[in-house]
Design a protein around this ligand. Sequence first.
Ligand code: ZN
Length: 202
Amino acid sequence: MTVKQIYMDAEALLEGHFKLSSGNHSQFYLQSAKVLEDPRTAQKLAAALASQIQEHGIKIDTVCAPALGGLIAGYALASALDVRYIFAERIDGVMTIRRGFEVAENEKVLICEDIITTGGSAVEAAAAIEQLGGSVVAFAALANRGFCRREHSNIQRHDNCKLPKETPFFALADFDFPMYPPEACPLCQDGSVAIKPGSRGN
Ligand code: ZN
């Protein structure tokens, strides 16, 4: 079964007019929480992602997820990789490692999100890890929104991808839906108003 089918079956691929966290508008929104509400699905997806990472031969000590979006995917991936799991959270706008989590000098950390769009939160979590002396060796997500170049895909990297070029990025699928800056959004031009996902019970 494809990842897209899994999202469709879980009614996690929403159609409407959405304002994404990047500020762009889109006709589609991926509600990963709906996919991950079934722990078996979370485990299955994480196992597929873990085997891709293991085949690459990259050594991971710890998975770190930026809250809130990456928490469940990150936990499931750490479990599948059998490594330690920590998370970063935004405090006064700054992605921070708290809760007594420690990061050793040169500890090899993978940053895991549910979906990577431009990778903004993932890069902020990476900066928080590196500030503590850790080494960010990879990024991962269940799916790539099509701006960044993941391993095993020929989708090209766009200029607005914030992930560092030299660090591998693993994901199970590309969801390459069109996204528009608000001023060039055809849905806005048709007179509808973009909603922030989660703000109306979704
Ligand atoms: Zn719009």
